[in-house]
Design a protein around this ligand. Sequence first.
Ligand code: IFM
Length: 464
Amino acid sequence: MIRITLLTALTTVTLMVASAATASAGELFQFPDGFLWGTATAAHQTEGDNKNSDWWEWEKQPGNIANGDRSGGASDHYRRYAEDLKLARQMGHNAYRFSIEWARIEPEEGRFDEAQINHYRSVLESCHENGLTPMVTLFHFTLPQWLSDQGGWSSKNIVARFERFARFAGERLGDKVDLWCTLNEPVVYLGAAHAVGLFPPGQKGMGRAANVMARMAKGHVAAFRALREADTVDIDGDGKATLIGVAKHLRVFQPARRNNPLDHVAARFSAFSFNRAFMIAITGGKLLLNVPGLPHLNERIHAGEPTLDYVGVNYYSRDLVKFNVKTPGLVDRLVPEGAPVTDMGWEIYPEGFYRVLMETWKSYKLPIIVTENGMADARDLQRPGFLQSHLEAMARAMRDGVPVKGYLHWSLLDNFEWLEGFAPRFGLLKIDYRTQSRKKTGTARLYSSIIGSNSIEIGSTDEE
Ligand code: IFM
């Protein structure tokens, strides 16, 4: 049982409507031409030697990372990106999501490093040489140490700093990128960094986390505007120089005890605070939080203009939610007994992917790109089934009208999994960290064959 404090107390109640799926076995689903197939990575998790970032310092402190792991050379992707992107092409991928590292690009406040921005230009060139449509993420959990020292996303200056960084990225990389992702998993991040203190800058407290949500929402909006202005080059000729979104971690929350009304309330609370509050803030323009014991928030985020071109969906799992009697603001999140789980103990629940996609489309009426989906499986035993069942779930959602434009598997290669260090293995390419050699997994081959046919047979997925 894991007790999670991630913003579960932050909000009012909204019902997460779960659509029951109906699948007829044996139906062949054809993905549209131009569907994006690929993988996602993040700079700090893969590049290695990210010395100016706040995680570099954080990892040095005993107890912060499992087994005392440090990201160190990570997957050596900073130096081996060309080899890795060639492998992606060989596997049939046509897209690649990665993050640019703010700590490298602006290692000191206001000093932008030409060599580093040129490095990312080379990565983008390599994407294009390999036929990979790049998606560039601006913020994926790491900050320059100088900014973290100011409080990171809790600092007053953060929105202006992020806007400046986004503008610089748009100006310097815009001729090679159309597809941008401002923030990765803002609610996961603000919970871990500013509510429970497990990520740097290690702040604790629900009140502060609520304010950080407002800052991140404003940061997204500021970055959206800056990218729109700065990146005017339409690479793919679709008439749009930019498509800008966020990668939002979305989960299914269900009451642990069907007959317990408090668990129902807790599940709805969790769905609203984790899945919806941030999205409503950036799409609707207002962040409304009204929870006893927390600062009331009624903040205008923007004046009603469009600030999202697509929703990036990161889907991993579901939680059974149990009301916590001792600390009513908190909830316990459980895995159903006997359910299949990943190496990290997360339930494997493909039906939830279908539900999340349906719900996201109904809520925001925006195109969707699956910006992450995957599992930790060191022996690659369950992952082929995971991939197959999740792609089937996605295909069913598409058949039922959800405009999914692409699927980016997490991850291209094994990498540094934050608090868990190097033990969890998410890669389609398995890495031997002694030699940094890459080896294709069975899942990588399965993925290639699905991409090759651009279709999938929808089997009889479990329904509830
Ligand atoms: O590795 C992370 C990634 O950085 C963000 N989304 C979830 C992944 C697996 O935990």
